[in-house]
Design a protein around this ligand. Structure first.
Ligand SMILES: Cc1cc2nc3c(=O)[nH]c(=O)nc-3n(C[C@H](O)[C@H](O)[C@H](O)COP(=O)(O)O)c2cc1C
Length: 214
């Protein structure tokens, strides 16, 4: 595709609006409404979100899956020794970004990040299909692998090792993170690029809502 034909891609957003009088004071309740809309919209992975971390003042982004949220924050699971895990250990501050194309909506979250309890990680680990549980043992996430065959050999090894075990232990380096939001912005596409942006910021005691210029 040449540059001009990419530049010509343009959608006028006309589907929804986001007005102060229609939002909850609590952004997590607002997120709940929007997340349900995303689930109902037919989007295949409404819980896919871009997680950005920092290493030596440089940002790094990748997609992970949201696995729960409540008044405490947003939870996802990964390998604690992966690049992102090391980055979050050094700088426990991240951003999350959801883009729900068909709804012309974006949600941006910024906050601190911490590990969830061992119990929560165990519960989620054991709720996953057996193949995914074994996969967590196989993958030294983010490290260089010589060939695809090396992964397959490791998979064979762990499948044999756990063959007779009904409950596979959770690898100690695999578990969840909780992002405690300090800011949550809801973005709704509107006609003529005059989009709605409502920013919720937490000052330690309460949430404040401000409209941002698009
Ligand atoms: C749709 C989608 C969902 C993903 N979900 C996760 C996830 O929940 N946890 C995870 O560790 N990686 C997930 N990944 C893989 C990550 O994007 C990334 O490749 C991996 O976590 C390694 O990142 P890192 O090397 O920056 O640590 C997902 C990728 C895609 C495209």
């Amino acid at each position: 595709m040449n540059k001009a034909s990419v530049a010509d891609l343009r959608i006028n957003y006309v589907t929804n609006e986001l007005l102060e009088k229609n939002v909850f004071n609590d952004p997590v309740r607002q997120f709940e409404i929007w997340f349900k809309d995303a689930k109902d919209s037919g989007i295949r992975e409404p819980n896919a979100m871009v997680l950005s971390t920092i290493e030596d003042n440089k940002p790094s982004s990748r997609v992970v899956l949201l696995k729960g949220f409540d008044s405490e924050g947003f939870v996802f699971y990964t390998n604690y020794l992966s690049d992102k895990g090391i980055q979050m250990a050094e700088t426990p501050f991240v951003s999350l970004n959801f883009f729900w194309d068909i709804l012309e909506r974006q949600v941006r979250v910024e906050g601190t990040v911490e590990k969830v309890s061992e119990k929560d990680s165990d519960e989620y680990y054991w709720s996953r299909p057996r193949g995914s549980q074994i996969g967590a043992w196989v993958s030294n996430q983010s490290s260089v692998v010589e060939t695809r065959e090396v992964l397959q050999e490791k998979l064979d090894y762990f499948e044999a090792k756990f063959k007779d075990m009904e409950v596979i232990p959770r690898p100690p380096h695999w578990g969840g993170y909780l992002v405690r939001p300090e800011k949550i912005e809801f973005w709704q596409g509107r006609p003529n690029r005059l989009h709605d942006r409502l920013l919720f910021s937490h000052d330690g005691a309460a949430w404040k809502i401000e409209r941002l210029s698009p």
